[in-house]
Structure formats: C-alpha cells, structure tokens
Design a protein around this ligand. Structure first.
Ligand code: ADP
Ligand code: ASP
Ligand code: MG
Length: 412
C-alpha cells in the first residue's frame, strides 16, 4: 500500500481540496491510504476555543468562526443538499455538547477532545469530495487504529495494539483518515503533539508495511534551509534516514521528528514532494548512496536560554543533573541544546506547554538561575569548517557549540 499525507496547507481552501484529486490522478489511486491534517490554521483556532473555555470567555464565538470556515469550503465543493453539510454541523454540535457537559479541570484532556475535531472534519470533507469525484474511498476513524497511553497532547503509541488494529485493514482498498489523533484505553481522544500528522502517516505506513510514503508540502521537498527564512537554499534530492532524522531533530519543521523512526525500521521509502508540482521528484529519503552532505541551515525560534549554577559554587554533579532533568521531564520542557562547565549548566529549552516559570520555581531552592527568554537556536549541518566566520556576523552570541560538522549558535 501507498501512504499519502496531506498537510493543513494543502487543504486550506476548496481549491486545495480540488488539487488533491490532481495529485492523486498524477500518482494513481489504488491501494492507498490518505492521512489528512486539519484545514489551514484550524488547529490554532481550536486551541483558542479551549483557551477561551478555560478563561470562561465566549468560546462559542470562535467555534462559530471555525464552523463558518468549513461550511464555506464545503460550499465550494458540494451541491447544497449534499449530506456532508449535516456531517460537518454534527462535529461542531459534538464540540459544543462536550464542552457543556465537561467537568474535567484537566486542560490537556479537554484540549485533545476538542482540538482533534479539526482532523475529523477535514478528513470527512476530503473523503466525501473524493468519492464524488470517483476516487472511491472509505473514511476511517484513526482513533480505532492508533492506540496510545493517556499522555494527553503527546500520546505515546502502543505499538502492539496499534499494529494489531492496522493489520485488520484491507490492503486492496483506499482509505481516508486523520493525522494527529489517536485514542487511549478508555477510548478518549489523545493527540500526538503539534504537527504530528506526518508521524501518524508513518505509524500507518509501519503497520501496513507500506511500499512507500509521501508527504505533500507547499515546498519542492526538503531543502538546505527553510525557504521562508533563508535565501539561496536548494533542494536535497536524496537524503538518508539518518540525515533526515538529524535535520528534523535540530528543528527543520518540514518533517516531524518522530516520523523517520518507524519508516527506517521497515526501510520504507519516503518522499517529500510539492502538492503544486506533483510530477516533480521532490526529495527521496531512504537508503541512498547519493547523500551528498550539503551544508544546511535550521533556525529554531521561541527558545529560552537557562543558566543554572549551584548556590554554593560546588560542582554540578550527577545528582544535580538528575534533579534538573527530572523536573524538565515532568514539565515536558524539551532540551534543544546543553552545555556544562564545572559550576554551571546552560540549557537552550523549548517550552511548548508554558511551564518555564514553574521550572524556575522548582530550581530556586537549590540553584541560582538566569534566564534569557525568546532566543533563537541556529544550527548549521555539514558546515564548511574553513569558513565559519560568516555565521557569526551581526549576531549577539549567547552560547555556541561545535560538534563534528554541526555548528550551533544561540542568539537573541
Ligand atoms: P504541513 O502542511 O504538512 O503542515 P508544514 O508547514 O508543517 O507542512 O511544513 C512545510 C513547511 O516547512 C514549509 O512551508 C517550510 O516553510 C518549512 N520548512 C522548514 N525547514 C524546511 C526545509 N529544510 N526544507 C523545506 N521546507 C522547510
Ligand atoms: N493539525 C495539527 C497541527 O496543526 C497536526 C498537523 O497538522 O500535523 O499541529
Ligand atoms: Mg504542519
């Protein structure tokens, strides 16, 4: 089977949904499973619904906007009397009913029950539209297949159960399902982390022993840098799984970092291609001889630089480190870069869940801390080591680290 993943940008309006049929026509539509993200910026809008709900603000207003957006897209795709309008409305009724009934104070739990609707709605619209255009498919609820623990907003896949469920699929058919969403033991919805649809596609690819997986993007493929942030970048036509894992790990957001591991384990060829030019080859990720280790650039923004020292000038020892790391793990703060010296530890951190103040509080008793908020981490992979000066021009360098041919600079 082939796995195709369509991201939010590819289905942000009716034209985008129509374009999916062009992509499928160019690739052949048989024995394939489509994974789709929420349309456009829907996930952000649904996040705002949850925020407003907890702030006791008027969350209904934001729901109405998201509903209007999806009805407009549907208007551009279907005749007035098509049952999809009823289906779309029902999803919004479900959000409303859930929030009215809900008594749980658990933000992350409520988040997952609400924000997951974006993918349910987009996949329903896409599935119905494809059926209308003779791309016959069955809509699947990904939550019946992808099982996780109950780490809301960052579910951990239960591979045994997930594999068992996915193997029930009929590999001779075509399916449309959701990225980003899964469910836990009690069947409550769990999401897999922002931008997690690439990963969902890889989980399906793994479970189905797919012959290939393609993610369709608004860029020609994986480039030597994000074309929105860097000039003079070029397409990487072939990269190894390892190179792709490293790029994603350092923050190249074109591929979600968890995506590569399941694909690599089963050696599934992986393509990143443009949904605007589907016939172009894009980037092939897989076992390759042609990996040329080109210099590439990655910018990770919205980081914090935290410097931690012992209060009594004693060395930062193993027990200190384990205390610090335990706090980071508990608060789900991720380390993007770290460097230690005798009495201090510098951490460049990504704080997705807004827990940094709690972290500072927790360290206060035993450590002195200094924090610089909103810094950027600039990483150069496969750097030309004879010409490093150009990376330092006009930058206020807060921290730097060079390992092999990877240069990392924290700036503000
Ligand atoms: P999706 O629609 O699947 O969610 P994303 O927006 O997550 O797609 O990923 C595509 C974006 O990734 C591009 O628009 C581009 O700005 C960004 N990007 C970051 N790094 C790279 C890179 N090295 N090559 C290409 N695109 C990149
Ligand atoms: N819709 C989700 C998000 O915006 C998942 C994804 O698009 O990959 O984060
Ligand atoms: Mg995305």
């Amino acid at each position: 089977m082939k796995i195709f993943k369509f991201g939010g940008a590819s289905v942000k309006d009716a034209e985008g949904v129509k374009n999916v049929t062009k992509v499928l026509a160019s690739q052949g539509f048989e024995r394939c499973l489509l994974v789709v993200s929420a349309m456009g910026k829907t996930t952000n809008a649904l996040e705002k619904v949850v925020e407003d709900y907890f702030k006791k603000a008027d969350y209904q207003a934001e729901i109405a906007k998201v509903k209007q957006y999806h009805l407009e897209i549907s208007n551009g795709l279907f005749e007035e009397n098509h049952p999809v309008f009823e289906d779309v409305s029902l999803f919004f009724d479900d959000i409303d009913a859930f929030l009215r009934r809900n008594r749980s104070p658990n933000y992350n739990f409520v988040y997952d029950q609400v924000v997951s609707s974006g993918e349910l709605i987009s996949s329903k619209i896409l599935s119905e539209y494809l059926n209308l255009k003779q791309f016959t498919n069955t809509w699947l609820d990904a939550r019946d297949y992808l099982k996780t623990d109950s780490t809301y907003r960052e579910g951990v896949i239960d591979w045994v159960q997930t594999q068992r469920n996915i193997s029930l699929l009929d590999a001779s058919r075509c399916y449309v399902t959701q990225g980003f969403i899964a469910s836990e033991g009690d069947n409550f919805t769990v999401t897999l982390g922002r931008e997690g649809s690439d990963y969902s596609a890889a989980v399906f690819a793994y479970g189905l022993d797919a012959e290939a997986m393609t993610i369709w993007k608004d860029v020609p493929g994986v480039m030597t840098g994000d074309p929105r942030k860097f000039e003079d970048v070029s397409l990487l036509s072939h990269i190894s799984y390892e190179e792709a894992i490293e790029m994603a790990y350092y923050g190249a957001s074109v591929i979600h970092p968890k995506t590569l591991q399941p694909l690599q384990q089963k050696n599934i060829p992986f393509y990143v291609k443009s949904f605007l030019e589907p016939e172009k080859p894009g980037t092939k990720v897989g076992n390759t001889e042609e990996n040329r280790f080109e210099e590439s650039y990655i910018l990770k923004e919205n980081q914090h630089l935290l410097r931690i020292a012992t209060r009594d000038f004693s060395f930062i020892a193993e027990e200190h480190l384990s205390q610090i790391f335990a706090q980071l793990a508990k608060l789900r703060i991720k380390i993007s870069l770290m460097q230690n010296s005798a009495i201090s530890l510098a951490l460049c951190l990504e704080d997705k869940y807004g827990a940094i103040d709690e972290m500072l509080q927790a360290l206060q008793q035993d450590f002195s801390t200094e924090i610089i908020r909103d810094v950027s981490l600039f990483t150069v992979r496969n750097a030309d080591m004879n010409d490093l000066d150009r990376f330092y021009v006009n930058k206020n360098i807060l921290l730097e680290q060079i390992a092999k041919r990877t240069v990392q600079i924290v700036t503000n």
